[in-house]
Design a protein around this ligand. Structure first.
Ligand SMILES: Nc1ncnc2c1ncn2[C@@H]1O[C@H](COP(=O)(O)OP(=O)(O)OP(=O)(O)O)[C@@H](O)[C@H]1O
Ligand SMILES: [Mg+2]
Length: 362
């Protein structure tokens, strides 16, 4: 009953929005001018968490974007919007933003069970989102859950069927460094010189991989490291801004070298299986050079961020779903699956993380 009423009110509200936006064709009916509104169909999934909204394409010289569709949908949010193949309908895939998608794990066993549902090169974010490995930017104000988000991803990497080589850079020498020391002390660094050495080492490994993969690519041109079951290399860089601040005081030669090391990973790493994850509170150009940012395919903004933060991460004129974000919750974009910002919620780990990684060290 509740859903029937919601369905009725939503269609009514959409019809009003079309009227307000002058999105209709004028017709005459017994000498009276009438507004001919597009046909609206709303199909809910079985559990009412998702729906598909069909709006008739009435061939009007107006962008449907001028109609405030998201306003009419209340707590439902547009996930994808496109035109049907026969061009008769505008289709909107929508989801209920009030249904919490966060996963909670009581222990490693549960995490393992969940992880086995995706392939070895894909990580689970929440109940409805999992993404393949990509160069990633993770931003959000202090306390929004960035470092905590890394924990659930690192744990997943450690229990995959393929070995993950994880590098840890934590210039503030805080919790990520402690975790890194436990997992792989030789690939954990906290002071700037060591971090640069670690980056150099990462790049050297990438060169080795490049030589290895070259012969194999002769047999399969479009393949990537995953097709040949190579081990992924992930360089996790927490508190990138404080690294940059110290780096700026160093000589230009050094700065250029570091930028070259970083951009090489972004430009060549995807096919080779080398990925850089940069974590910081704000990603403005003074702290993260624009050319680096633009080469990061996946971007997360956690927590309630300022408008400027969304603009630097996703570009201007991009609609971000409005919501009061909980800890570990935010929006992200990712090639293919999320071209516009989509809500995500990182897992809650209800167990001792340090204890859990001890038997898993790489
Ligand atoms: N997904 C989550 N689920 C539940 N609680 C969370 C989640 N993410 C973060 N928290 C809680 O919020 C606290 C702060 O998170 P975290 O240290 O990751 O913030 P941060 O973004 O890294 O902040 P800073 O920029 O200061 O390092 C965590 O200690 C944890 O208790
Ligand atoms: Mg942190």
């Amino acid at each position: 009953m509740k859903h029937a009423i919601y369905h009725y009110l939503t269609v009514l509200k959409l019809r009003k929005s079309f009227l307000d936006a002058n999105y209709f064709n004028k017709r005459f009916y017994f000498n009276t001018e009438i507004a001919h509104l597009p046909i609206i169909k709303l199909q809910f999934s079985t559990n009412f968490s998702k729906a598909i909204l069909f709006i008739e394409n009435i061939n009007i010289n107006k962008d449907i974007g001028s109609v405030r569709i998201s306003f009419a949908l209340n707590h439902f949010i547009v996930d994808r919007a496109y035109l049907s193949n026969d061009e008769n309908y505008h289709i909107f895939e929508i989801y209920d933003s009030n249904i919490d998608q966060q996963l909670k794990f009581n222990g490693l066993c549960e995490l393992k069970r969940q992880t086995s549902q995706v392939d070895d090169y894909t990580l689970i974010i929440d109940k409805s989102i999992s993404i393949p490995l990509y160069g990633t930017l993770l931003v959000g104000q202090t306390g929004s859950g960035k470092t905590y988000a890394l924990y659930s991803l690192i744990l997943q990497m450690l229990i995959k069927n393929v070995q993950y080589n994880i590098y840890f850079a934590d210039p503030k020498n805080s919790s990520l460094a402690i975790l890194g020391e436990r997992i792989s002390a030789e690939s954990t660094a906290t002071n700037i010189e060591d971090i640069i050495k670690l980056l150099q080492n990462f790049n050297e490994m990438m060169e080795v991989r490049k030589a290895e993969i070259k012969d194999k690519l002769n047999t399969k041109l479009e393949a990537t490291y995953a097709n040949f079951r190579y081990e992924p290399f992930i360089f996790i860089f927490d508190e990138f801004a404080s690294f940059q601040t110290v780096l700026q005081t160093m000589e230009k030669k050094k700065r250029d070298e570091v930028m070259k090391l970083l951009s090489q990973v972004f430009l060549q790493g995807r096919q080779l299986g080398f990925f850089l994850w940069i974590v910081m509170q704000k990603s403005d150009a003074t702290l993260l050079p624009t050319n680096l940012r633009e080469n990061m395919p996946v971007k997360f903004v956690l927590g309630n961020a300022e408008k400027q933060t969304y603009t630097t991460a996703f570009g201007t004129g991009v609609d971000v779903p409005e919501k009061n974000f909980a800890l570990g919750q935010g929006v992200f974009t990712c090639p293919i699956t999320a071209n516009t910002p989509k809500i995500c919620h990182f897992s809650y780990l209800d167990f001792d993380i340090l204890e859990a990684v001890t038997p898993l060290r790489s």
